[in-house]
Design a protein around this ligand. Structure first.
Ligand SMILES: [Zn+2]
Length: 454
């Protein structure tokens, strides 16, 4: 038979919900298994049945640990998946903290909705629980970089560094019929922490992300911007709240603050990392320092720059703090987590600053803040936004349009078709045009649930 087929089950027209069904002969595999986030219409998709039976999936291959790529795994296992989940060692380590936390957050949200009677559903249920997430971790199988893993006699795969976060990989699948490579989230040539992505391996089909397909990161110096915002906010007696992805971004910000502190370029105010997950992720970054640019000594010193907040008590106490401080807290798009309590407290005061340091998906509170709303809804309450809202766009862990083009340009062998996914519609389409015009490659932006023979 030797057939190979792909179905796009997520990350079409959006940056979330990454899931690709790869069918080789009759064997079914999933590449990534992410949650939809952002707009309610997308989040509701997490509750819809999948277009296949989880029992029929033989294995999942993860590109990286971010929840929009891994966060559906507990539900997949809960619904009958019994195969292996292949991931790099770094991704496996990060999943062990990210997935239970995702389950825990969903349980907390359901409790909150029930207590305040905010859901149409009685009772509101979590999508999955922390216990479901912990169970799914048993299926993780760590894979070495560049090692061929045989899935069937006719299909194997290997993982190459993608330079996005610790453990982030591109996955190339090779069958007798053809080869397909998934970039996962593609990193940048000059990230503050991560080493650059590997060259694109030879491939017949390519599935590439397009988060920044229609934009280039500003050429700002992120350290200078951060210094400026912290110094000005502290000078007017305010605090800086930095909603931050726990994995990757929190470590980049910490590293920048560490550099600013040792050079005495910012006032000597307390820095709090208020996210148990960020605290654990920072330790994992230190364990995997061969994947990034920070030495183990600098990692150690960076960890001492901030007070690591773990308990709920300490977290609450932060909101009673009178002195200016910097609080880094998750989640990065302010969709949930402890950052919401700080937002509620800090957003109404014009002395404070809210610094958004990552991509904000449409429909999230972070996106609303970037667009200058004067109120945001938190826990059913309308909170006035009087604090200064600033963004630091240059810190992205995703390659921008020019960086993607330059990375592709170096490939020796143009793919037959380049599928463009993981972007808002305008971003994916802009990248399609750019690749077609500049490189002359054939591109296609797939629709949700579209199927293609390879
Ligand atoms: Zn990612």
């Amino acid at each position: 038979m030797n057939s190979l087929q792909i179905q796009f089950i997520g990350a079409t027209g959006t940056v979330t919900g990454s899931k690709y069904l790869l069918t080789s002969d009759k064997n079914k595999f999933l590449v990534d298994c992410g949650l939809f986030q952002g707009f309610k219409v997308l989040r509701l998709r997490n509750w819809n049945p999948l277009p296949f039976d989880p029992k029929d999936i033989e294995a999942v291959i993860l590109t990286h640990a971010h929840i929009d790529h891994s966060g559906y795994l507990p539900l997949l296992v809960k619904n009958g998946f019994r195969g292996k989940i292949y991931a790099t060692r770094g991704t496996a380590a990060l999943c062990k903290i990210l997935l239970p936390d995702a389950g825990h957050l969903q349980e907390e949200d359901a409790v909150f909705l029930n207590r305040h009677k905010l859901s149409k559903h009685k009772p509101a249920l979590p999508l999955y629980t922390e216990a479901d997430a912990i169970k799914s971790l048993e299926s993780l199988v760590p894979v070495d970089w560049g090692k061929k893993i045989s899935l069937t006699p006719n299909l194997d795969f290997e993982l190459f560094p993608a330079g996005h976060i610790v453990g982030a990989a591109m996955a190339r699948f090779v069958s007798r019929k053809s080869r397909i490579t998934f970039t996962g989230d593609l990193g940048r040539p000059n990230n503050i922490i991560m080493s650059p992505p590997s060259p694109l391996p030879e491939t017949d089909y390519l599935v590439i992300e397009s988060t920044y397909g229609n934009r280039n990161h500003p050429p700002e110096d992120p350290r200078k911007t951060l210094q400026d915002i912290i110094s000005k906010t502290v000078a007017r007696g305010g605090s800086v709240l930095i909603p931050s992805f726990a994995v990757g971004r929190a470590q980049e910000i910490l590293y920048l603050i560490y550099q600013l502190k040792i050079k005495k370029e910012i006032p000597n105010i307390p820095i709090y990392l208020n996210s148990p997950m960020s605290v654990q992720a920072t330790k994992i970054y230190c364990d995997f320092h061969d994947e990034h640019r920070i030495t183990s000594g600098d990692c150690e010193a960076m960890c001492h720059t901030a007070h690591f907040i773990t308990t709920v008590e300490e977290s609450r106490r932060l909101n009673t703090q009178k002195q200016p401080c910097v609080i880094l807290s998750a989640s990065g798009m302010a969709t949930g987590g402890r950052v919401l309590h700080h937002l509620k407290f800090l957003a109404p005061n014009p002395k404070n600053s809210i610094l958004l340091v990552g991509f904000q998906a449409a429909g999230t509170r972070g996106d609303a803040l970037v667009h200058g709303v004067d109120h945001i809804k938190i826990h059913g309450e309308m909170i006035p936004v009087k604090a200064q809202v600033a963004t630091l766009d240059s810190l992205s862990a995703h390659a921008d349009a020019n960086e993607i083009l330059n990375w592709l340009r170096h490939s020796s062998h143009p793919p037959k078709i380049t599928f463009i996914t993981h972007g808002e519609p305008l971003a994916s389409d802009a990248l399609r045009k750019k690749i077609e015009q500049d490189l002359g490659w054939t591109c296609h932006v797939p629709d949700y649930l579209e199927t293609r023979d390879l």
